[in-house]
Structures are given as structure tokens and as C-alpha cells.
Design a protein around this ligand. Structure first.
Ligand code: TYD
Length: 215
């Protein structure tokens, strides 16, 4: 076992910000460097996650309160079934979306962001690092427009402008805002350095892995 304790790394951002791309690049880089890494997503692949994918992602099929309820149920299950066990095994856990998404997305639909935050902080595991990838709503949508229905794009842009503002407002020593419009190689290099430095500086190591990985 290489680490003394598990490390939870979260990727956040509006649709098209590049978080899934960056999460996957980090996963590969850390694995190549000998870390034991696992990757999870929210909405998850569990029961609630599947319901969310069927229902909540269709515009206006649920009220914001119903969405909130489903995302939180999914998260409780994800924490218990996936995150906690992997962290107990001292893995690096890469998580693509977490409760910051609920604060931003359901917050942008009118639910009090502070309330969402405190209700989630009652049951989540606090992340070690949170990367918030930032991109203009229009640019993010352009990147993914092939995947989405075009007639909804305008409405979606107005919404994502609000979601982005909430994401931009997150502050804290574990929160890192990343300019997502730069080339993905630049961003991934920066992220990897922050992660490795973090693990190093918290003295979270059992072996000489960092000696091997100096490059
Ligand atoms: P996701 O599957 O990450 O889509 P993408 O890979 O295209 O970013 O997320 C699906 C949508 O769910 C996304 O638009 C954000 C939304 N979402 C919320 O509204 N609240 C939440 O708590 C989470 C986790 C996601």
C-alpha cells in the first residue's frame, strides 16, 4: 500500500468545461505513476443514478426540489457504496461531480445554495481537492452541442450562466479554480502537479514513490 490514507479528488464545472476529460487524464497519469486510483461519477451507476439519468435530465420533468432529493439520495448511496470503501482501502479516488454540482445546478434553479451545502455536508466525505473547471457557458455548450438537442440550447445557456456564477463563487483552501479554455495538455499538467504536491506535502506516503516519479 502506497498511501497512508485515501485521497478524494473532485472535478466540477458546467457542461462542456472538460471535467470528464481531465478526470480521465489524471486517472491514467496517476496509474502510470504507480498509484492505486479509482474513478466514480455522479450521477452514479446505482439505482438512484439510473433514475436521474432517465428522468431528471429531461428538461422540466421534475421540480427542482425533486431533482435535489434524487441527487442527494444518489450521493448518499455513492458515498456509502463507493467512496467510503475505496478511501478506506487508501486509494486515490477521482470523482466526476459531487455536491458542488448540486449547489450550483439546483441552486441556479432557485433553491438556497447555503441550504443545499449544509444539507449535503451532513453526510458527505469532505474532499481533499476540488478542481472547478471554468468555461463560458456559450463555449461549453459549443463543445458538446452535438450531444444535446439544439432547440434547447438557448434556454440551457441562460441556465448555465447562472450555474457558472455559483461555481465561480466557491472558496476554500481545497478549492482550485482552473481556466478551462486552455489546451487540455496544459491543464492536465497543472492538475497533476497540484495533486502530487498535495499528497507529498501532507506526508501521505508509505514508499519512495516520489523519488521514482521525479521528472
Ligand atoms: P453528467 O453526467 O456529468 O453530464 P456531463 O458529462 O455532460 O457533464 O451530469 C449530468 C447533468 O446532471 C449535468 O447537466 C449536471 C447535472 N447535475 C445536477 O444538476 N445536480 C447534481 O447534483 C449533479 C451531480 C449533476
Amino acid at each position: 500500500m502506497l498511501l497512508k490514507k485515501g485521497v478524494l479528488i473532485v472535478f466540477e464545472g458546467i457542461d462542456g468545461a472538460g471535467k470528464t476529460t481531465q478526470a480521465e487524464i489524471l486517472l491514467t497519469k496517476l496509474q502510470k505513476n504507480g498509484f492505486e486510483v479509482v474513478y466514480f461519477q455522479e450521477p452514479s451507476r446505482g439505482k438512484w443514478g439510473r433514475i436521474i439519468k432517465e428522468k431528471a435530465l429531461l428538461p422540466d420533468s421534475l421540480t427542482p426540489e425533486e431533482e435535489l432529493e434524487l441527487f442527494q439520495r444518489d450521493r448518499k448511496e455513492n458515498v456509502k457504496r463507493n467512496l467510503k470503501p475505496a478511501l478506506e482501502k487508501k486509494r486515490v479516488v477521482i470523482l466526476d461531480r459531487y455536491y458542488f454540482s448540486t449547489i450550483a445546478y439546483q441552486g441556479a434553479k432557485g433553491i438556497d445554495p447555503e441550504w443545499i451545502k449544509s444539507s449535503n455536508e451532513k453526510f458527505v466525505i469532505k474532499p481533499d481537492l476540488v478542481f472547478i473547471l471554468d468555461i463560458e457557458a456559450k463555449k461549453g455548450l459549443k463543445r458538446i452541442e452535438d450531444r444535446k438537442r439544439k432547440d434547447k440550447l438557448f434556454e440551457r445557456e441562460e441556465y448555465l450562466v447562472k450555474v457558472r456564477e455559483i461555481f465561480k463563487g466557491f472558496k476554500g483552501e481545497n478549492i482550485i479554480h482552473i481556466d478551462g479554455k486552455r489546451p487540455k495538455e496544459k491543464i492536465s499538467k497543472e492538475i497533476k502537479k497540484i495533486v502530487v504536491d498535495y499528497i507529498k506535502n501532507t506526508d501521505n506516503k508509505e514508499s519512495n514513490i516520489f523519488e521514482k516519479n521525479k521528472q
